[in-house]
Design a protein around this ligand. Structure first.
Ligand code: 6PG
Length: 225
């Protein structure tokens, strides 16, 4: 298990550019070594800039497989779905085959969605690259402070999430840690308290993420201050 390496950038744009470069490099390596690139997308708003930048890159898209770290229990085309943001900022702009897109079926509800997605990912480890954000309270994916996680579960049903909507489906640390590489993308002054708590060793949900491979935190100046 590796502790993350921290890289600070001036602006969210610089974070997105650095993330885009790393994702491209990881994809090239994975495809040359194993013929496919298994990428887990982060939700929330931070990664949108990175996804938009990826659309300008010349990647071997047909070998990309897209998974998600979490999803909100909303209808498939709801604008607040993480898959909705990924679709319009990246997936509808590049030639990743439809059959290589594995959205979390959170529209089935939190319990059914979690059970179904556990079957989807259980034979696909290790991921090649996991992208994650962080909330102001140190949550990541839909792993929130004070919420219990069944020990060896891969995907959990989340209710009473403090960040709306309350019902979600989330990969667990057990699943997220099974990756060759991991990138945390963190920007904005509202994250600075949780960042310093994390760095000083406080027990936050994000602290549970210690991937088997290389992990890095790409952070902008305001989140690091
Ligand atoms: C979600 C995300 C969540 C997000 C953080 C940061 O469904 O909301 O998975 O974990 O990554 O809350 O969100 P922002 O990038 O919007 O600050």
């Amino acid at each position: 298990m590796s502790t993350p390496m921290w890289h600070q950038y001036e602006t969210p744009e610089d974070v997105a550019e650095a993330a885009c470069q790393r994702i491209q490099q990881a994809a090239k390596k994975a495809i040359s070594e194993r013929g496919c690139f298994k990428l887990v997308l982060a939700g929330g708003s931070t990664p949108q800039l990175t996804y938009e930048k990826l659309t300008q890159c010349n990647c071997n898209w047909r070998h990309w497989q897209i998974y998600y770290g979490d999803e909100r229990c909303l209808p498939v085309d709801h604008p607040e779905r993480n898959s909705h943001m990924a679709n319009y900022s990246l997936l509808q702009q590049v030639a990743i085959p439809e059959e290589n897109h594995f959205p979390i079926p959170a529209e089935l509800g939190l319990v059914q969605g979690a059970a179904a997605y556990s079957q989807t990912i259980r034979h696909n480890f290790p991921f090649d690259l996991v992208l994650l954000g962080m909330g102001e309270d140190g949550h990541t994916a839909s792993l929130f402070p004070g919420h219990s996680i069944e020990n060896d579960a891969l995907v959990i049903a989340v209710s009473n999430a403090p960040k709306p909507p309350p019902e979600r489906v989330s990969l667990t640390p057990t699943a997220l840690n099974q990756s060759r590489q991991l990138l945390f993308l963190i920007t904005g002054s509202n994250k600075s308290t949780a960042v310093s708590q994390w760095r000083s060793g406080e027990n936050l949900p994000i602290s549970l993420i210690q991937c088997q491979g290389v992990s890095e935190v790409l952070i902008d100046r305001t989140a690091a201050s």
